[in-house]
Write a new protein. Structure first.
Length: 565
């Protein structure tokens, strides 16, 4: 490829709307352009990186015996209804109706399609099956952000396993885990393997640009997604407290902090009352005042497909007060209230606590939770924090912002059962195959590499992933001898199978050097009049900044050796 024909519209200034370093550089280096919120065009440099990442993934999936498929992005609503996902999938699903009135969804995943195909397997002898695809997935993100990290349409490498029993499913799960380790090693992407919701496993890339977080212990290696991480809390022993709760006026205290500042009630002696819609039903969720809710834990504890905060209007209509004055003390709830009450384990056994009275500007103190609140269920609902003791060894936990780049799950028989997938087992009776699902977001991987692999000069792609491995920079395109030498090296590299771009533009040397570093090409071979006089060229390594002078006839072989090393 000649740079004069290559479309990579680099910018000298940072884009105003870029939110992270990687996002800024991908725009500046001519990789992406925003079409609308959550929708980006991938220009030639990004398309080349994307195809190379896909090839790395494909090679590792083929290595574990997986077979590539391509499943429809547009999926009929009836298929989802059989699995209960049509009503439970929420607002993130793009839905449409065709000209005949049939409803469909643009898929985020393909469990139902895979399960429908599994109805043809017939016998356990055809298990296990490992299928994977690269397909456009769609998600109606409420607040798309950070370029390729918050897309509404993106390339998803989705893989599915079908197995006869739990042991075989675990084998498929571990095979994908090892494949993912190799993939991210080849991509040069640092990752942390962390526990996820429902026994899943997440691969998280530490980055300040991350929209996720990983909680981990530096002592024992415990790691979990922030939404599912646990920690130990020191036991709390309360005094007996009063014989019954007491109401008191708090007209200017609508937050935990204001109640502490104006009335001297420490946050850890307050009961925070949240109101959520859990699969459509209003539910009270109780936490200690200084703790935050992990919504994923709430969903896991209730088995709900969808959870969301209730609207202030419906809260007021149900409880007679606005957020800031809410509570779950039985005596303060509306007559006949049958709202489920879920309480975090950190509140179990607590006495002499303070909470809202379900009257605006009024709170209740002296609350004994066992005596005064009819808790429906207890669960670990709070978000673990840095500094709290590790649940495994007791050492202080650390919290690191991160980008989720992969997720491994075990849906089990939920979907195959619903879709009627059955095979004959060894004894002739029917069994339902177990499913595993394993995902990598390709554009998120591009973004993660950009966020973790850059410096002040631009992007730094690993060899084999960069748009080109080598740029042959021709400093004097009007000089026939310099041009001939550059063409000679360019031809030799191409013959050796090295992806090379010849920078034949009639630009200043400084502009050419800046573009090569901005785009992040791993090696640059500089050919100019000065070197030609001594029969040499310069080879610069992008990652280290090292420059070596080598004879022209040895240049291609030297670069090839550097790439192999």
């Amino acid at each position: 490829m000649r740079w004069s024909r290559f479309y990579a519209p680099t910018l000298r200034q940072d884009p105003a709307d870029a939110e992270t370093a990687g996002h800024r550089l991908l725009v500046r280096a001519g990789f992406i352009r925003r079409l609308a919120a959550g929708h980006y065009s991938l220009l030639p440099p990004a398309a080349r990186v994307r195809s190379k990442i896909i090839e790395v993934i494909r090679q590792e999936m083929d290595r574990i015996g997986a077979q590539e498929v391509l499943l429809p992005a547009l999926q009929p609503a009836e298929l989802w209804r059989r699995n209960g996902r049509w009503d439970a999938s929420g607002e993130e699903t793009f839905r449409l109706t065709d000209r005949k009135g049939a409803e469909a969804a643009l898929g985020t995943t393909h469990e139902e399609v895979v399960a429908s195909l599994a109805t043809e397997l017939g016998s356990y002898r055809r298990l296990p099956q490992l299928w994977y695809q690269f397909q456009t997935a769609f998600r109606d993100e409420a607040r798309p952000r950070s370029g390729l990290l918050g897309l509404r349409e993106f390339t998803l490498k989705d893989a599915y396993s079908l197995d006869a029993d739990e042991a075989a499913l675990e084998g498929s799960f571990q095979a994908h885990r090892e494949a993912y380790r190799r993939i991210f090693q080849r991509l040069g992407l640092p990752v942390i393997e962390a526990q996820g919701p429902g026994g899943s496993l997440e691969f998280l890339c530490p980055s300040e640009a991350g929209d996720d977080a990983v909680v981990r212990c530096p002592a024992c290696g415990y790691a979990a997604d922030a939404e599912t991480a646990a920690s130990r809390l020191a036991p709390v022993t309360d005094g007996p407290g009063p014989e019954k709760p007491e109401r008191f006026d708090t007209p200017h205290a609508k937050t935990i902090e204001e109640l502490t500042a104006r009335h001297g009630v420490p946050a850890d002696r307050q009961i925070k009352t949240l109101v959520y819609r859990v699969d459509g039903r209003l539910t009270l969720v109780l936490l200690r005042g200084d703790h935050a809710l992990a919504e994923r834990k709430l969903a896991d504890a209730t088995g709900a497909a969808a959870v969301r905060p209730a609207d202030p209007e419906e809260i007021f209509q149900t409880l007679g007060a606005h957020p800031g004055s809410l509570g779950a003390v039985t005596a303060t709830l509306p007559p006949g209230s049958d709202l489920p009450i879920l309480a975090d384990e950190a509140l179990r056994g607590r006495r002499d606590m303070t909470t809202g009275a379900n009257t605006d500007g009024v709170h209740v103190r002296g609350v004994d939770i066992a005596r005064d609140i009819a808790v429906t269920a207890w669960a670990d609902l709070r978000r673990a924090r840095a500094g709290e003791p590790c649940p495994s060894c007791g050492q202080a936990l650390e919290t690191t912002p991160a980008i989720e780049v992969a997720h491994l799950r075990k849906p089990g028989r939920r979907c195959t059962e619903a879709l009627g997938a059955r095979v004959l087992g060894p004894d002739g009776t029917e069994i339902t195959p177990l499913m595993g699902r394993y995902s990598i977001g390709v554009e998120r991987a591009i973004a993660a590499i950009a966020e973790t692999g850059h410096d002040d000069s631009g992007l730094r792609w690993p060899a084999g992933i960069a748009p080109f491995d080598v740029a042959v920079t021709l400093l004097d395109p009007r000089d026939d001898q310099v041009t001939a030498a550059a063409e000679q090296i360019y031809t030799a590299l191409a013959a050796a199978g090295v992806e090379t771009i010849l920078d034949d533009r009639d630009e200043r040397p400084g502009a050419k050097f800046a573009d090569t570093e901005l785009i992040g090409i791993p090696y640059r071979v500089t050919v100019g009049k000065r070197g030609l006089k001594s029969g040499t060229v310069e080879i610069k390594t992008r990652a280290t900044g090292r420059t070596d002078t080598v004879p022209i006839p040895e240049a291609a072989a030297r670069v090839t050796a550097l790439l192999k090393s």
